[in-house]
Design a protein around this ligand. Structure first.
Ligand SMILES: Nc1nc2c(ncn2[C@@H]2O[C@H](COP(=O)(O)OP(=O)(O)OP(=O)(O)O)[C@@H](O)[C@H]2O)c(=O)[nH]1
Ligand SMILES: [Mg+2]
Length: 364
């Protein structure tokens, strides 16, 4: 899973990136060199996998991971033009599964304004404008092509043009694409465009000390209209403090968190919220060789889940043995889980549940 940070320059993106990834201050200085996207892979903390791995004394520990990307920020002087995102940012965020917009809600002596609500609206507008430009471009091309082509190809283009007109209407009234419903065919058309407002958006309100983040979030929500589904997920944190936390040794971290009254570090909160916002769950494959967590979307069937492990497992899928992680932990072995009827045999259509331990039977 890829999560990309966006936001105006000097909103604290790199600081938040360091907080999320535990990257150190030197790396941060390097990233502030502004000529390159910063990238780090983070393990998704999962107690369940840890316990199962200990139980089976697995040689290899393979948690799920998240790829965080920190591209060059949006230029303030170009805000509202639809071109402020820049090529580096556009290329970086095109493939991301979710976008995290960092909003500056702290004051320092840099002379940069602290106007979080306005910045929030401006970032939203940049994303809308970027998609709108793409849609208008596409519509123009479709129209000129449709004049020259007839038959089946033309019919296909007409379907696409209808979808694009719908997107145009929504974007012109500031509605993000993720607030619209599409059928399977329309979804297929949309996929290749990688529209920014079709991605899940998480807003990080990066507060200074003594700033009421929750109040700011209410104000930001008040600027949004209409469809509940279009609302982004909000998260408030203090970038500087969280960056310090991320760089502490685990023993020191506990003390620091207590001192600041932080119950859950921002990095962990972000992962939890991202999983929920994207509708993701985990299943596990466990044995003496390897304890492995796999990330899938909610509602996926056993045969599709097998495909995330290896395409052979999907192709040659026969059945899956499923044991809920907590019952396996209690029973200690698959043999005992079977005896207790906690290990179930399921077919292709079985819908995976969070925390399933899976063994796929297959033949290719
Ligand atoms: N007081 C305070 N300062 C912060 C906070 N987060 C970031 N800063 C400061 O704001 C400045 C800019 O932070 P960066 O993290 O480099 O911001 P950026 O968005 O990555 O900036 P560019 O990459 O240059 O666009 C730095 O001096 C940070 O120390 C915060 O939560 N509180
Ligand atoms: Mg930066």
């Amino acid at each position: 899973m890829q999560i990309a940070l966006i936001g105006f320059s000097k909103s604290g993106k790199t600081t938040v990136f360091n907080a999320l990834t535990g990257a150190n201050a030197e790396v941060s200085a390097f990233a502030a060199g502004k000529d390159k996207t910063h990238r780090a892979v983070v393990e998704v903390p999962d107690d369940r996998l840890k316990k199962l791995s200990d139980l089976f004394e697995s040689k290899k520990y393979c948690p799920a991971t998240i790829d965080y990307l920190d591209p060059i920020g949006i230029r303030r002087d170009q805000a509202g033009t639809g071109e402020s995102l820049g090529l580096d940012m556009l290329n970086t965020i095109a493939n991301a599964d979710a976008l995290v917009a960092v909003i500056r809600a702290f004051q320092d002596d840099s002379g940069v304004d602290c106007a979080p609500v306005a910045d929030f609206e401006a970032v939203h507008l940049e994303l809308v404008l970027s998609d709108l430009a793409k849609v208008e471009n596409r519509l123009e091309r479709l129209k000129s092509q449709m004049q020259r082509i007839a038959g089946k190809d033309r019919a296909k283009m007409e379907v696409e043009a209808v979808v694009m007109e719908r997107l145009k209407g929504a974007l012109e009234s500031s509605q993000p694409i993720r607030s619209l419903e599409f059928d399977v065919e329309e979804d297929r058309i949309l996929k290749s465009f990688q529209f920014l407002t079709s991605k899940q958006l998480i807003i990080v309100v990066n507060t200074g000390e003594g700033v009421d983040g929750e109040e700011l979030i209410s104000k930001m929500k008040a600027t949004l209209s209409g469809d509940e589904k279009a609302y982004p997920v909000f998260l408030t944190l203090c970038g500087n403090t969280e960056m310090e936390i991320a760089q502490l040794a685990p023993e020191e971290r506990v003390m620091f968190l207590e001192e600041y009254g932080i119950t859950e570090p921002g990095a962990a909160r972000m992962i939890r919220l991202s999983y929920a916002a994207l509708g993701l769950i985990s299943f596990f494959t466990i044995g003496p060789q390897e304890a492995h967590a796999w990330t899938i979307r909610k509602g996926i069937s056993a045969v599709e889940a097998a495909g995330t492990i290896h395409s052979d497992l999907q192709r040659g899928f026969i059945r899956a043995q499923i044991t809920p992680w907590d019952l396996l932990l209690k029973d200690k072995t698959f043999a005992e889980a079977k005896k207790q009827a906690h290990l179930r045999v399921e077919g292709k259509e079985y819908v995976m549940t969070d925390g399933d331990v899976v063994e796929v039977m297959f033949s290719v």
